[in-house]
Design a protein around this ligand. Structure first.
Ligand SMILES: Cc1ncc(COP(=O)(O)O)c(C=O)c1O
Length: 360
């Protein structure tokens, strides 16, 4: 069977060479006579996998020495709770920026643990832009400031990371981690669910500055305490071993592709192809303000819900799948994660043009 172009927001497309390598190694990993799924997480072979994955991620993102990389479970949604449980140590206050559905969930969860203030929001504009965030609106006493760098559902992204001064910046980077070259030292903590640019669902990556570890209260469950995972090298309990193995293969693939600078260039090119077409189109349009557009998740609409439905149906026949927008916003959404080849975007645009010529 032919592979299709999968535009899903997550779980999403993975690089074909990664899937093929995993397939090739599946039943007998490194002559062990076992699959990675059957290896003990304390075995020498798995130790090589987890340390190799961490090393590659450090290299790709240029993660400074004073940051720990943690491989945990529970998804980004668990981080919505772990962040406040671990970081609300001093003032018990935190500032959040509300840029969409995932930010709202993070805020709602954090409100259970401390005094949470929303310092900027674009909710009154249907989250179609990223609100301005400057240091003057940040509470200098806050334990941290939280942003969602890329809003998967709404298709917006921060193009300038706010300067939060001495207040640590925490970022949900689930849908744009590894999509561009960033300066990790601007952040106190970065978290991301794996199922977009990292690998299969089930793994969550946390990059945390060391001084932010060890601030959780006494009654914080061990599994929800960053200290536990940091002290044990992410091996306090059985980690998602196969997910970590797949992440390592993805990191190797990114490195071979030239690293994040190269990946970013390709991602910008792919997004440009689609945005340029949408800009010129008489049928399709983008609901997102130009200066706030994401290069990972690109929502667009036609002129009616009926045409949107016809587009999604006909696209599927052409091998262009999972283009339906999130149920909360409707329309279409094309997610152009790292593994989506340029040809996939070109095929999408070719089909959009044909559809437009036919229906407009
Ligand atoms: C930006 C963002 N944050 C959080 C989540 C929730 O992630 P998870 O399903 O891993 O809990 C998602 C999922 O798509 C997301 O896109």
């Amino acid at each position: 069977m032919e592979r299709i172009y999968n535009f899903s927001a997550g779980p999403s497309i993975l690089p074909l060479p990664v899937l093929e390598k995993a397939q090739q190694e599946l039943v007998n990993y490194a002559d062990s006579g076992m699959s990675v799924m059957e290896l003990s997480h304390r075995s020498e072979l798995f130790t090589e996998i987890i340390t190799g994955a961490e090393q590659l991620l450090r290299e790709l993102m240029t993660i400074p020495e004073n940051y720990k990389v943690l491989f945990v479970q529970g998804g980004a949604s668990q981080q919505f709770a772990m962040v406040p449980m671990n970081l609300l140590g001093k003032s018990g206050k935190a500032d959040y920026v509300n840029t969409g559905s995932w930010s709202k969930k993070a805020i709602k969860e954090a409100e259970k643990y401390g005094d949470i203030r929303v310092i900027a929001s674009s909710e009154d504009a249907n989250f179609t832009h990223i609100p301005a965030v400057n240091s003057s609106i940040i509470n200098p006493e806050a334990d941290y400031v939280h942003i969602t760098t890329n809003n998967t559902i709404e298709g917006t992204a921060f193009h300038n990371i706010p300067d939060t001064g001495d207040v640590p910046l925490v970022a949900d980077m689930s849908s744009n981690i590894l999509s561009e070259d960033i300066d990790v030292s601007q952040f106190g903590l970065i978290y991301a669910g794996a199922q977009k640019n990292i690998g299969p669902a089930g793994l969550t990556v946390v990059v945390i500055r060391e001084d932010l570890i060890g601030k959780a209260s006494e009654n914080c469950p061990a599994m929800l305490n960053y200290q536990t995972h940091s002290d044990s090298g992410s091996l306090y309990n059985t980690p998602p071993t196969f997910g970590i193995y797949m992440a390592k293969l993805v990191f190797e693939w990114i490195k071979e592709a030239g690293g994040l600078k190269e990946i970013e260039q390709v991602n910008r090119h792919k997004a440009e192809i689609l945005y340029d077409f949408i800009e010129k189109s008489d049928l399709f349009s983008s609901p997102v303000e130009k200066g706030s557009r994401s290069i990972m998740n690109i929502p667009f609409v036609s002129t009616s819900a009926e045409l949107d439905a016809a587009f999604i149906k006909e696209a599927k026949v052409r091998g262009l799948e999972t283009l339906k927008g999130h149920r909360s916003v409707g329309g279409m959404r094309a997610s152009l994660y790292n593994a989506m080849p340029v040809e996939g975007v070109q095929s999408l645009v070719t089909f959009m043009k044909e559809f437009e010529d036919h229906y407009k």
